[in-house]
Design a binder for this molecule. Structure first.
Ligand SMILES: Cc1cc2nc3c(=O)[nH]c(=O)nc-3n(C[C@H](O)[C@H](O)[C@H](O)COP(=O)(O)OP(=O)(O)OC[C@H]3O[C@@H](n4cnc5c(N)ncnc54)[C@H](O)[C@@H]3O)c2cc1C
Length: 136
């Protein structure tokens, strides 16, 4: 794409290149972590141990992956200007990435669990009385 008024491509703007690089580094950070978790899950399974032992590390990964997807799709909208806002692949990816933040456990709740585990508080994953007790 060329801006005819200045005869410059988007690739000629340093700020655009910086944004792309920032996202690239973030995405690259996910792969080794993902593979390490997959290996640990395989090992637990092979040893017949419950995979729930990896609960919090998996929650940490969920948070980071969702945040990276949000940063990446936000940058994609920014870099592509008005074109990105039009109905199509970029706006769709942005909306899908937002779902990752809300999907259970939402990132807010997931961060709460991690924070609680760091200070030694119980995670309180669900209400002891259960849903039906609200109706009594
Ligand atoms: C695309 C998509 C796919 C989904 N797929 C499934 C599925 O396959 N199966 C399924 O069971 N559900 C699914 N869900 C539902 C999903 O699990 C819930 O949307 C999610 O748990 C958030 O619950 P909620 O929508 O009731 O929002 P709420 O719980 O009302 O959350 C509203 C806001 O409050 C915050 N919040 C809520 N409680 C706390 C707390 N204790 N501490 C701090 N902050 C809090 C949340 O982070 C959020 O910001 C899906 C949702 C989406 C968007």
């Amino acid at each position: 794409m060329v801006h005819r008024d200045f005869n410059k491509r988007l690739a000629d703007y340093q700020i655009i290149r910086q944004q792309l690089a920032e996202v690239k580094v973030l995405i690259s950070s996910l792969k080794p972590w993902q593979l390490s978790l997959a290996r640990q899950l395989d090992e637990l399974q092979a040893q017949g141990k419950p995979q729930v032992e990896l609960f919090l590390p998996l929650v940490e990964f969920k948070i980071h992956a969702a945040e990276v997807a949000n940063k990446a799709t936000k940058a994609a909208l920014d870099v592509t200007g008005g074109y990105g806002y039009k109905k199509g692949v970029f706006e769709r990816l942005f909306r899908d990435a937002r779902a990752g933040i809300a999907m259970g456990p939402s990132n807010n709740i997931a961060r709460e669990w991690i924070g609680k585990s760091l200070v030694g508080l119980p995670l309180e994953l669900w209400y002891e009385g259960g849903i039906n007790s609200h109706r009594n």
